[in-house]
Write a new protein. Sequence first.
Length: 207
Amino acid sequence: MPTIARVAQSASEDRLEKLITERLSPNADKAAVDRRIWDLFGETWAVMFTDLSGFSRNVAEFGIIHFLQTIQESQRLLVPVLEQFDGILLKTEGDSMLMIFRTAARAVDCAGAMQEATQRYNEGRSPAEQVLLCLGLGYGRVLRISDRDVFGSEVNAASKLGEDTAKAGEVLVTEGVRAALKGRKDLAFRRLPKAPPGAKAAYRLLA
């Protein structure tokens, strides 16, 4: 990592740590500190979580080498698509990836392209070798701490949709995403019966 980037990350994290420490003091004006934190780190981003359907079951059945192979193949397949739509990969955890985009439109278009890429990849492959992708998207104000992580209700909702709710091949989005894309006549959404905590509503993107 370039020295300037390391310094910037360290400065951001140091500032946040100091503000949180200040917030913990007995006489702290928590609302005022919260405003300062949001002023410093608050940004509007689209958030995407990826997850692989049936992954834990396949690990138990086919072993850890299969686990590593599937992760490597999914990243090899998806990262170029992410870059095509100007997304930023913040982190990976197991079979999941956290990505951010400047606009909801970029995120949704990337999600569709990712599902198309996995469908092409899966053609002719056995079920054990297929990449079965689940996607959850949120859009709104988040706390972005350098290039390491983001926090906020839309982040939590997107994580829940992508990792717990979405089935293979699905793209699930929050109300924040749908509202940002009202002008897109080429997109259609179906409301889900239940929204994750932090989201007013959730929808499935219709193919």
